[in-house]
Structure formats: structure tokens, C-alpha cells
Write a protein that binds this ligand. Structure first.
Ligand code: FES
Length: 64
């Protein structure tokens, strides 16, 4: 599913970036994927995905 239509960024791309680089903020996430650089409508959803994925990270470390 596309989150950012302006830049063609999918939720999958955002999730992969969060899992690989563990950004702590939207600012850090935006260094990894080009979201919110045009109209900005995607920021809210991208933030929700960032929070959701960060909540999953400790669980992944527990398994490993
Ligand atoms: S939808 Fe992401 S900047 Fe427009």
C-alpha cells in the first residue's frame, strides 16, 4: 500500500527502513525514506507506521 503518493513510498518500504535502521523520530525516518517532502499528507500515517514498527522491535530481539 502506498503511504506517500508524491514519492511512491510504500508502507513496506517504511517498515523495512524502521527494522533495519531503528529511527527514533520522523526526522530520522525521513533521512531513510523520502516521505513528506511534497504535500505532507502522508506524515500522519508514516508516523503511525513508525510507532507500530518500533513497538514490534523489542519482541524481535527477544526471539533472536
Ligand atoms: S503524499 Fe507524501 S508528500 Fe505527498
Amino acid at each position: 500500500m502506498y503511504v506517500c503518493l508524491c514519492n511512491g513510498v510504500t508502507d513496506k518500504a517504511i517498515r523495512q527502513a524502521v527494522r533495519a535502521h531503528h529511527p527514533h523520530s520522523m526526522k530520522q525516518l525521513r533521512h531513510l525514506v523520502p516521505i513528506g517532502t511534497q504535500c505532507g499528507k502522508c506524515i500522519k500515517q508514516a508516523r503511525a507506521i513508525l510507532v507500530e514498527e518500533r513497538e514490534q522491535l523489542p519482541k524481535l530481539h527477544d526471539v533472536a
